[in-house]
Design a protein around this ligand. Sequence first.
Ligand code: FES
Length: 186
Amino acid sequence: MSYGRMDELTNKNPIADPKRRDFLKLTATSVGVVGVCAAAWPFINSMNPAADVMAVASIEVDISKLEPGQSLTTMWRGKPIFIRHRTPEEIKAAHDTPLSTLPDKQTDQDRFGKNPEWLVVIGICTHLGCVPTERKNMAPAEGGWLCACHGSRYDTSGRIIEGPAPRNLDIPNYEFLNNNTVLKIG
Ligand code: FES
């Protein structure tokens, strides 16, 4: 019985030969997979972030002019970032706050232990997303930020100490560059 055309060179029936049949199946499957990938690539590629988006994935901020007791606000990925050069008194006030009084129990050491002089937080209230205002010219224990929307108060470590916010101000990924004169966020 004939199962197909005989191969002219080998004089074998390629379909009847199990090894060649497996080879043909594998080849056909591989061609199919390559074809699907090629067709899907433009779609997959379109989901990659655009170059301009990647460009702001991280930012560098010059903090060399920021004296103790001074703050600045910068923008990163559309969010305000509060950077404060904390005074020794502010750091002490944050350390002295009893952990038991905090709704979101985090020590100042946990938050800024690596470089306690510098506070870096995302300036968005963790209640409903308003931007808190810095409480300027206050005694260190009274410093920090106040969210005027519903009265959440954050201390000099950005921890919630009063009001409806459920957790402390978030901390972005950051690192210091150039001997601590430039902050890279993101
Ligand atoms: S949004 Fe800040 S307290 Fe409600």
